[in-house]
Write a protein that binds this ligand. Sequence first.
Ligand SMILES: C[S@@+](CC[C@H](N)C(=O)[O-])C[C@H]1O[C@@H](n2cnc3c(N)ncnc32)[C@H](O)[C@@H]1O
Length: 224
Amino acid sequence: MDPTAWPGVFREGRGVYTRNLRPGERVYGEELRTADGAEYRQWDPFRSKLAALLVKGAPRDLWPEVGTVLYLGGAHGTTVSHLSDLWPDASIFVVEKSPSAFAPLLALARRRANLLPLLADAQLPERYAADVGLADLLYQDVAQRNQAAIFVENARTCLAPRGAGILMLKVRSVTQRRPAEAVVREGRAELARGGLSVRAEVDLAPFSREHTALVTGPASSTVR
Ligand SMILES: C[S@@+](CC[C@H](N)C(=O)[O-])C[C@H]1O[C@@H](n2cnc3c(N)ncnc32)[C@H](O)[C@@H]1O
């Protein structure tokens, strides 16, 4: 296993891996691999947009030192499980509004103490802001029409002043009518109006054809 620019993320051949916090356990049928006396879980870029962002080329300083994460749109916990591997001592608050997705998320959190699931609507951050406090990293993947507005409101309410953000913008959830580039441009403008500077923009194709990752935060990487 070779280390990468992102602490806790490893590569072997073309695969991306995290070190399994719960050796012997799979979360979504992923491959487990043992190397140097530790077990690693393969992180599938076709199943996780964050893995796709790493494979496509994220800034080296994608996330700061992480103590608290606010993750919006946890679903069954595919990506969340890898964040749990990355930061064993962090508090990872995971907001999910669908009760059917929340049940497996809750089961995952029972086995991983750093996951703190919240059955809530990400459009109403005031409902969980007191639990979360200030997050070092805000991650959002909710595929809603008003994705950028939800991100801005959560950043305003729960993101630490020097915190970083990753918005997985699903272009087709915003509109079917305008070209993808225009939708991304409008998303960036909405973040800018909310006081968030976009320091990287990465199209996630071919792993996720309809998504563009917008990375916000105070770190000083090149804007693309
Ligand atoms: C594409 S899935 C997330 C996949 C997940 N991030 C992963 O990589 O494993 C989107 C999720 O966002 C949830 N969602 C949509 N709107 C939401 C909202 N307003 N508040 C909280 N969760 C929401 C959906 O229920 C769904 O589970």
